[in-house]
Ligand binder design. Sequence first.
Ligand SMILES: [Zn+2]
Length: 387
Amino acid sequence: MLEPLARIGRDPATGGYVRDAWSEADMELREWFAGEAARRGLDVREDRNGNLWAWWGDPTARPGVVTGSHLDSVRQGGAYDGPLGVVSAFAALDRLKNRGVTPGRPVGVVCFTDEEGARFGVPCMGSRLLTGAIKPDRALALTDDDGDTLADVMARAGRKPYAIGRDDETLATVGTFVELHVEQGRALVDQERPVGVASAIWPHGRWRFDFRGRADHAGTTRLADRDDPMLPFARMVLAARAGAARRGVVATVGKVHVSPGNANAIPGRVSAWLDARGADECDVRQLVAELAEGLDVKEESWTAVVDFDAALRDRLARVAGGDTPAPILPTGAGHDAGIMAAAGVPAGMLFVRNPTGVSHSPDEHAEQADCEAGVVALADVLEDLCR
Ligand SMILES: [Zn+2]
């Protein structure tokens, strides 16, 4: 199902995907989206923040039912996280047309920009800007690994960086948002169900830890004379794991920059990014506070718990489940649907079974039959909501 996208941004050495926001791969993905919309005769437009919208019907006349997800990826990510939701959205629209459905409300497909935050460190950038959850000044000043700001790369892509920010006009077109996504973690396989519905998104955040020391020779500097920032960094990583286990939350250090990064030199500086999440905000906050004590720590993002609209959640479970309502699951992953829900838009999510639970990895997978079940469920849901 994801075949047409399979070659874009794929690293042949690993089979993983690198699809940073505003990169060449991102541009190709955007072109693909515009082509799919055009092929179906849908009006497509890009909003001020770089999100793409394809509309069946006129959303300025009446707020629409919107579905979709994102096309960017974590670095060395899998094929399904994001693209499955966008491809399924177009496929579900095709089904509605084949069923002869005439929607009573406009139906839209969205591709949110920079959901993963792989390049600038802040996830869900497109939906955060759209809803005003991040200030434009802060977003524009964020830098990537090459030192380029979001403002630089947007300008280079021919966009107007100084036009970004909360966009009430676009937001008003979204009456309801339903995001289909590959399951991350493993719950549906045990319940023997291909499709589930989200109940809530765990509170989660990212923090940058900077450890400074003194760069020196690895051979000639006595142990007693060293100021090695790698040691407090290592202590922090172990403390994060132990503290998370104690509190029943999860904590991960998945990105580290070591400067200067020579195998034969004591580093002068170590920067590390901590990702922490859990069902209870207090537990996550306490863990980070404990780790941060006496250290140089900057909060790069924080997203409070999001409980999806209960009535919509139950409606999705009923319609998507067929004979028995679809299982309702919480998730530890952030999503644009969570940002939209936090902004007061009725929003919900469908999950497609992931047999191993592996995600953010080239091994991420969903069976073809389950993806098709996801499309049918999404079509049923859209048909129900667009009446
Ligand atoms: Zn995703």
